[in-house]
Design a protein around this ligand. Sequence first.
Ligand code: C2O
Ligand code: CU
Length: 550
Amino acid sequence: AETHHLHWEVSYMFASPDCQEKLVMAINGQFPGPTIHAKAGDTVVVELKNSLPTEGVVIHWHGIKQIGTPWADGTALISQCPIKPDETFVYKFQADKAGTYFYHGHYGMQRAAGLYGLLIVDVKEGEKEKIKYDGEINMLLSDWYHQDIYTQMVGLSSKPFRWIGEPQSLLINGGGQFNCSLATNQGINKCNMENMQCAPMVLQVLPNKTYRLRIISTTSLSSLNLAIGNHKMTIVEADGNYVDPFTVDDMDIYSGESYSALITTDQHVSSNHWISVGVRGRQPKTPPALAILSYLNNNSQYQLELPKATPPITPLWNDYAHSKSFSYKILAAKDTPKPPKRADRLIQLLNTQNKIDGFIKWSLNNVSMVLPPTPYLGSLRYSLKGAFDQKKPRDWFGANYNVMKPPINPNTTTGSNLYEIKFNSTVDIILQNANALAENVSEIHPWHLHGHDFWVLGYGEGLFRKKDVSRFNLKNAPLRNTAVIFPYGWTAIRFVADNPGVWAFHCHIEPHLHMGMGVILAEGIELVKEIPKDAISCGKTAKMLMNNHG
Ligand code: C2O
Ligand code: CU
């Protein structure tokens, strides 16, 4: 196995991803950040220098389990202290499993400022990739706001509440078109096409080949759907796990998810085709993102004109039946490990929107997450007292909650408490969706677990009942690190707590996480090795280090 040694510097720069200039967070002057390519079993070392003038930064490696290196998970105030301006922190971890991953900022809403990039892990040296294909194309999807994240963060925690609204554009590999007509069929072909900087990306392909599209979503808010004119997609991988292949005309992708889809270039040589990415689950006020799949012609040139056909129209934003049917099709490939037969613990998390003194929050079993000033990993490992709320959070929200109606008592409390999970135990979590504060509103939330893959055992409508356990899929439940809950429904996941560390489990929608939509899990802390000092040089752990040397 190899070691990849990277020197990265995070800084602001001016960029115009959708032809409107804005400050973005860049790595080594690039937006999106550089793509990391590794093989399973390789070690990745990133020396990250913070060159932001006045704020801390961290980077999370989304989908990497960090077995034995929980301090490299890159979650500010959970796994490490934010890296101070002008300081350097060394992330060193193993790319444990082949698959499609990404990395992103995990402090405040820095991901939404553009701090992200791809992390592609190929199969081990000498091993054969199970999927057969001739070429690879990466599509990193994001949504883009013209308002800066500081205005957004302050607005979200203001009274009256200021919602961030819908994004101005959708980006593919950091480029998109803004200010286009929403009327998909007319106008859009010409939208901003004259400006090369934000013209649709052209994906060049050879005829009669199979391509592996790696599709990753790091959106701040939007759930997306992707369709390619005249081409079907066969889904073969989800979140770094092979799935039982199935073929679709269009696919949904939620923030925090990644997929591989195979396409066959079986259309005419010298033809080209639109790829559209549209918004799901919220009334779209954002024009679709476009890319062009361009075939090489017989004169060894790529088609330069715009495709003649209109871009494919992604399904209606509120066609939830369509979204569910896509999610339900995702099942494990044959040799995927099966979930343990039963769980040792059941945690039911009620997802509600609430209020504290008129400030709007999201909470789980009536607790809205706030992070303590000392990262949990250090304070737990070194048994420091009073570093966070000691009250145990609840495993259940109680009987008689009507998930179909706004909360009767919308008041919530903030909390920095955590779920202590017995090492090596098997845990079921039921994510229970409910009505938000307004009548007849229940939203999609993509939940992401750090440090583990989990099995998605099933989905259901309305309130989860104990008897639903009998419907769990123990046969071919897919392994994932992100799973969605649909409006007014529940999603059941199972995982084995076999990775010593402190792990975030949260909604991957950036403003929701900022409003408290997450919980913290801790397992096997006594097995965590000596934490690098740079990860704990703040809060109570900094004092501890000073006393040890005093
Ligand atoms: Cu990609 Cu905690 O997130
Ligand atoms: Cu959410």
